[in-house]
Structures are given as structure tokens and as C-alpha cells.
Write a protein that binds this ligand. Sequence first.
Ligand SMILES: C[S@@+](CC[C@H](N)C(=O)[O-])C[C@H]1O[C@@H](n2cnc3c(N)ncnc32)[C@H](O)[C@@H]1O
Length: 280
Amino acid sequence: MTIGELLNYGFDHLSQAGIPDAVLEAELLLEYAIGKERIYLHLHRSQNVSETDQEKYQSYIADRCRHQPLQYIVGQTEFYGLKFKSDKRSLIPRPETEILVEEVLEHWQPGFHSILDIGTGSGIIAIALAKHLASARITAIDQSSGALELAGENIKLHGLEGRIILAQEDLFPSAPDKFDCIVSNPPYIPSNQMAGLQPEVRLFEPALALDGGTDGLDFYRRIAGGVAGRLNHPGFVALEVGMGQAEVVAKMMSQALPESEIIIKKDLAGINRVVLVKMQ
Ligand SMILES: C[S@@+](CC[C@H](N)C(=O)[O-])C[C@H]1O[C@@H](n2cnc3c(N)ncnc32)[C@H](O)[C@@H]1O
């Protein structure tokens, strides 16, 4: 088959399976299957594709028709301008989490050194911060051994082995360390909304990365419960939150750190997305 025929094949199957953006996804998957950029596909529509690459593409299309996320099929993703390995061991990074990274970079002060990343998943937040903050030493925690394995592979990919320490712990490290910055994108979907998530998320992404308990706020309660003993002064906490959660999380945090200044930041869709808690 030619590139053009394969693109039509991909589009027909993806649109029949109800995948939005079937044109774009058919092209992206062919890019990965034959290792050429999209512009090449457009300029060489009548070029024949080898049988091996055809089979690879058809299996990618079949996986996508079963609603497997594209990032898991091709095994990679981008976050904050960096490439990362991505697979079912961890959540796929979301664009709104880039706001969390931006806020940490904006509120970082000279003299700060240590960061705790709670629920590091594939390591994207810790790695993006390490790339931009030359003086930062980062402890990245997760409860999932699969996620920690993937984070380790991503840390190696970016040559940051000496800068980020991974630990399998339940939220906070067992050693009584304190940090200049605590950052987290914890699970925050209310348990009763898990069954209604789109199939890409519900069937493929790990529930441990999503389920935030009955009202979605379990992890914020636990972070608020432990934060006072873990944050240096001056220091700050940056938390990603779900839609409608910012005010209640801000309240929990101001009760946990009564002297703090609280700032709420919106994402590009205008949703309150990051709660910052600053201690002088
Ligand atoms: C929403 S995901 C965030 C992953 C990554 N930081 C990101 O922003 O894409 C939440 C992460 O918290 C981890 N997690 C869940 N419960 C935890 C716990 N009790 N202690 C530490 N990490 C936990 C999950 O395994 C998952 O990797």
C-alpha cells in the first residue's frame, strides 16, 4: 500500500471507531510507524510502504480503535517542551500540569535548594524542574513501583540521575526531611466519577493515579495534615487541583499553615488550576 492509501485506511477505521481528530491521528500514527515527519507524508503520498511498516501501522490503528491512548501506543509524549517515555505504568502528562511547573519556577527564590514532588508518576514535573533549576535537589515520591520504574527511565533519558532521588513511599518520605518547595499533582477525581471517564482514561490509565476518594479531596487533606512538619520557612507549596476544588483546597492549606499567603492560578481554559501556598 502507498502512504496515501494507508492514511485513508487509518482515517476510515479511526472515524468508524468514533475517534475525534481521525485525520490528525491517522497521520501521527503513520509518522511513528514509518519514522518520517508529517510533511513527508504529504509530499510522498504515492510512495509504497514496506510490509513490516504497514503491519506496524495497522496494529497501531487497531489499538487506537480500541481507544488505547496515542501516547501509550507510540510509547512517548511531550511535556514542557521535553520528550518523555510514556506507557500504562503511569498517567499521561496533561497540558494543564505545565502551569504547575511554571508557577514553581516563578516562585522559586535564590537560596532554595530542595523540592519534594509527591506522586511523581512518569517523573515529568521533577524532570522539567531539574532542567530549569540548576541548584535544585529533588525527592520524587510515588506509591506505584511501575510509575517509579518509568520515572527512573525518564530521569536517565534526561541525564539527571544525580539530581532526582526516587522513593516508594506513601505521600511523604519516611525520613523526617524538610523541603523549600513541595509540589504535587495528586489524584483528584471523585471515586463516583471514575466510571464516567472517557474510555482512553478509564480503560488504560492507572486508577491509582486518578481516584481522589469520595469527594476527590483525600490527598489534599493528607497533604494538609503533614505539610507543616515538612516545609522550610521561607518555602512554598504548589498543588494542581481539579475543577471546583481550588477554594476548598486553599482553605485546608491556610488552616494547615495559618501564616501563609495563598494564591490561586487559572489554566488556559480559565479554570482555577493551581493553589500556591507561600510561607515567609
Ligand atoms: C495525577 S498522577 C500525577 C502524575 C505526574 N506527577 C503528572 O503530573 O503527570 C498522581 C500520582 O500519584 C501517585 N500516588 C497515588 N497514591 C499515592 C500515595 N499514597 N503516595 C504517593 N503517590 C501516590 C500515583 O501513582 C500517580 O503517579
